[in-house]
Design a protein around this ligand. Sequence first.
Ligand code: ADP
Length: 392
Amino acid sequence: MKIMSVNAGSSSLKFSLFEMSNETCIASGYFERVGIEGGFYTIKFNGEKIKEEVEMPNHVVAVEVLLDRLISLGIISSLDEIDAVGHRVAHGGDKFDKSVVITDSVMEDIRRFAEIAPLHNPANIAGIEAVQKALPNVPMTAVFDTAFHQTMDKLNYIYAIPYEYYEKYSIRKYGFHGTSYSYVSKKLAEIVGRDDLKSIICHIGSGGSICAVKNGKCVNTSMGYSPLDGIVMGTRSGNIDPSITTVIMDKEGLNASEVISVFNKKSGLLGLSGVSNDCRDVENGVKEGNERCKLAIDKFVQSVVNYIAQYYVELGGIDALVFTAGIGENGPEIRSQVVEKLACLGIKIDSEKNNVRGKLTDITADDSSAKVFVIPTDEELMIAKDTLDLVR
Ligand code: ADP
């Protein structure tokens, strides 16, 4: 059985095609500059990377090009081979606590939640509609980034602002990266051979969040109503005092959404270092003695540690600490800086084992109070697995 996972962004479309009998990725690709001049795609297949420039005025054309190339490149011989398609959907509001088969009423809900995810859900909808048009008889599912966090207690998702905003506008914490946490927490249970675990998972990439997981369910997470909240990220500030907004509006002559855009796009590692949003560049800056790069990395590490400490207490101790996503998987330096600050909790890593990139590894030191793992995430495979479960 072949299942395709699709992740449509506002000007992009990512796909992975899996053979589910052995859970292998047959081909994957990235279509960029959809709806913008200068479109191109890259498709990885059979150890090769194919790149082609092609104008894609909208997602419908991007999907047409994708399906056409799947056949012309010999990845599949007919579209009938695609048994189901799973779509990543950013926001499932407080309605979806798991993945679902897409129906008209599900589409209506996804449209409704576009109000709380204006940057993401409309693009996801465009992706779904484009694939529906091209493959009208293929079952499709929606896999929500927020679903995993729906098990949070109200105490953790409610904000201490007038309660009617929660009632009238659904303003509450939702959390994101749920597909990644779902995958990683299942993998962790598999490795340890138990699912009654208390763990803290650090999904740290260019966007990042931390999640407290108990018995495979989310207890708390660092992102909030939007993905701006929580730890310091590549270009995002993470949590800050909201009153800073009006001060910057006054001083810089910006409106509220322009200031939020500064917090989203010009802050974090980029804003502090003034060098880059890419952790590797900022780490290189530190090596060259750049003080602001050092400040950026230290602030980033501190923000991760603060959440780990909070969730350690909230969970009443942990069995495992897990690092995943771009920095979590590939950044031994950052991992070691984070864990160094957890020494008072007895959590320690083995520096030799920690010298690893992108590989599932137990990096626990012999005398650590909790296990520490690097577990590469695979959101696309998770989408395909959920889809397989639903269409079976
Ligand atoms: P996203 O999916 O949120 O766009 P990723 O999970 O791909 O982000 O993570 C991107 C981040 O991972 C970048 O900051 C990049 O610097 C970092 N990263 C990737 N490889 C390494 C590495 N070898 N060492 C340190 N950081 C790395």
